[in-house]
Design a protein around this ligand. Sequence first.
Ligand code: NAD
Length: 339
Amino acid sequence: MASQTDRANTIGFIGLGAMGNHMLHNLVTRYTPPRDGGQTAYALFDVNEAAVDSVIKHHSIETPEVPLVKCSSPHDVAKHASIIISMVPTGKHWRDVYVGGDKSVLSALRTLSDTERSATLCMDESTIEQSVSKEVALELRSAGADLLDAPVSGGVVGAENGTLAIMVGGDKASFDRSVPVLQSMARKVTHCGDLGAGLAAKIANNLLLGITMLGLSEAMLLGKRLGVDPQVLADIINTSTGRCWSSEINHPVPEVKVGELSPPAHRGYRGGFVTKLAHKDLALAVKAAEHTGVPLSVGRCVEETYRPLAASKEFADRDFSVVYEALDALGSSAGNAKL
Ligand code: NAD
């Protein structure tokens, strides 16, 4: 086990997938501790051991002076590190990490001293159910630690470039402590309010993102079938009232070019924000709306449209703008066809 001083200078990272591996890279190369506390070390865990091995191999060449420790469980990470970041797919994985039995963060907290527990700050950057996040945060608080919900926006490109927008919910003093860490991965870090407010902002944003992507795809397809050239229509939308992030940055129509960047539609919808994750976020919004009595008529429709795509081998792992291809494939004489 690491000594108490080492633990104070160690950051744990759990979940080194598409987003997490880039976020860790920016953390290692950009983070400087607020006070001169010496060299920061990193304690890493992923259920996929190969992901950890690959990160350690990469950094042994690029940043050989930075200690990276391979851990055997979230419990092991919490023994080594006073700050813990997690970036896992869903609420189920998230529960496993924090409260899932004797390998969890909570089980480690119970073996630590009062001082070590109160020094422990967890930052979860995954997009999961707000209710689960709040419930587990309160459990960690009752064990003497704290947790912030800190979901991100900006996709894999934002993770790679360190330009994520991070939306944080939780205690203000914990937020202040988290800022130097989160800033190393972000262009903007915002305190949205108390526990769950970061996830509230993220889920609301991604609901709108799904709505605008599907709306744009339908508008483009309708315009094309009515006889307007897709590039002409795209340019008109981008100088008119229909303009949005999907129309300006992540255009779903393969033959359209907007701006300098090449969106996933130009490469068979590979890379980007995959359909199964986009659908997961829409489903989180629908569930949250049920709990809060928000009608969500458009959002529900969008979630239902994405649901079969998220379950299909052909579409699930491609960028969510692939919904345009799916609509187009329905053919021009399909009447009231639905996905
Ligand atoms: P991913 O599937 O590529 O990576 C998740 C990683 O977590 C994997 O390496 C997996 O092995 C690991 N993991 C799963 N269960 C674990 C556990 N119990 N303990 C430790 N590690 C575990 O997913 P991702 O694209 O990196 O997304 C992670 C989160 O970020 C999701 O909640 C997603 O919605 C959110 N997000 C993703 C994007 C994006 O564009 N990919 C953008 C914004 C937010």
